[in-house]
Design a protein around this ligand. Structure first.
Ligand code: ASP
Length: 440
């Protein structure tokens, strides 16, 4: 037991991920793909589903308490404005590069040339998603309790920020409420640690099942598309995120990636950046030293609107479609693809396959009719998961990059923690810092 807990969690999670791929592959070889997938679905995947339920359970309490505590800790509502502006500017900046890399890789590797979409079952998608105005209005909850109950992240963020500002404005009268949220956020973080102990088992189960369920043959048939997407995502992670961490922020890149490995592995295995959010917040605040004022605000926003992996994916898929149907694209088409892919990635929910169902907005910019869109979606859907895993990992890495940058610029980064992370496992019960502060 103590040997198990003595291994740093990220090593256990990473080991579980690799083991999941190995077990999934071996079982497929021994039993055949459908049988292995059915067996893992019945007896192993429930452990993964349990893990996903556990972390999803924490999303709402964690966002609410951490964000309110974060705003209170900032002490000045004006600082929130600067954090917000820098966050959104950097989110847009990184998404722009994701678009460019996606389009360049799609042009270079030409994944759609020769693709045979003939056998695909059409999957119709909604070609009229809600307008931008409707979505913006939706950020303001008519009923905050309903927003909490529905897990409506943007509406919760909006309400939590206002609540924090209200507490600050109330001065002495708000202190008790502020302290309550500060203490509550510590408690919820501790619960996250408990849940994270299930991560190695959950990650193993999800990855073993997915490996068997995806089937090597199906993957090989679109290997070029998968390869293009993976290479693009990797390039973006190394050049853009690595570049920001190393050359803009002057911080060690390896510490960054190692610090968020749990989050990357959980994102990869769940294909959901919103389910990963509690892990991202914990990693970024505890391993990278980002103060909760920034982690609690930048990361929930990022998990909802910043999806570089999704933006890149939609760009590559647009080129794939054009190539598969022999459609010539002009420079203006590429610009429109980039803009709509970025907008769709903002609108995509942080759940599995969300990005794929927004493909219609991108494809309709160069006149692909709904019937053909349905065929492309039907063709990709059976193999989407494998690409979803990687783009979600990139989405989460992007959120962590921006949180680190904004924290550094705002003096909210404890560089000591970033540079010298304690390689210790989670977490013996400790006396909360807030309680210490009170005793002092
Ligand atoms: N699964 C992705 C995420 O949760 C969204 C997508 O489908 O692109 O970040």
């Amino acid at each position: 037991m103590s040997g198990w807990f003595g291994i740093a969690l990220w090593k256990r999670v990473l080991g579980a991920l690799v083991l999941g791929i190995i077990v999934g592959t071996i079982m497929t070889q021994i039993m055949g793909a459908p049988e292995a997938a059915a067996f893992l679905d019945s007896y192993v995947k429930p452990v993964g589903d349990l893990f996903v339920r556990l972390i999803r359970m924490l999303i709402v309490p964690l966002i609410l308490t951490t964000l309110v505590a974060g705003v209170v800790a900032l002490g000045d509502p004006a600082k929130l404005g600067t954090i917000g502006l820098k966050t959104i500017a950097l989110y847009l900046f990184t998404t722009f590069f994701a678009n460019v890399i996606g389009i360049i890789f799609g042009l270079v590797f030409r994944p759609g040339v020769g693709a045979d979409l003939g056998g695909a079952d059409a999957v119709p998608v909604d070609t009229n998603p809600p307008s931008a105005i409707e979505r913006l209005l939706g950020i303001v909850p008519e009923n905050p309790v309903a927003a909490l109950a529905d897990g409506d992240v943007l509406a919760i963020i909006f309400f939590a920020i206002l609540l924090g500002i209200g507490i600050l404005m109330a001065g002495k009268a708000g202190k008790l409420v502020g302290d309550l949220f500060t203490h509550a956020s510590e408690v919820v973080l501790k619960i996250t640690h408990i849940v994270m102990e299930v991560a190695p088992f959950g990650v193993f189960a999800l990855v073993a099942y997915t490996t068997a369920a995806q089937g090597i043959d199906a993957l090989l048939s679109i290997a070029l598309l998968i390869g293009t997407v993976y290479l693009g995502l990797l390039t973006h992670a190394i050049l853009v995120y690595g570049g920001i961490i190393r050359f803009v922020l002057n911080l060690p890149v390896m510490n960054f990636f190692r610090g968020i490995l749990d989050a990357i592995a959980v994102a990869f295995s769940t294909a959901s950046s919103s389910a990963t959010l509690p892990v991202t917040i914990t990693n970024v605040s505890e391993n990278l030293g980002v103060k909760k004022s920034v982690a609690g605000s930048v990361l929930p926003l990022g998990a909802t609107i910043n999806m570089d992996g999704t933006a890149m994916y939609l760009g590559v898929l647009a080129l794939f479609t054009a190539q598969a149907f022999g459609i010539e694209l002009s420079f203006m088409n590429y610009v429109l693809i980039a803009v709509t892919a970025a907008a769709a990635s903002v609108g995509a929910a942080g759940i599995p396959s969300a990005g794929l169902f927004l493909l219609a907005t991108v494809l309709s910019t160069f006149g692909v009719p709904p019937e053909q869109i349905a065929i492309v979606v039907g063709f990709i859907l059976p193999v989407d998961r494998i690409m979803d895993m990687a783009r979600t990992a990139l989405n989460v890495t992007g959120d962590a990059t921006v949180a680190t940058a904004v924290a550094k610029w705002e003096g909210q980064l404890d560089e000591d923690i970033f540079r010298h992370p304690a390689d210790v496992p989670y977490d013996k019960p400790t006396t909360p810092d807030v309680a210490d502060a009170d005793r002092d």
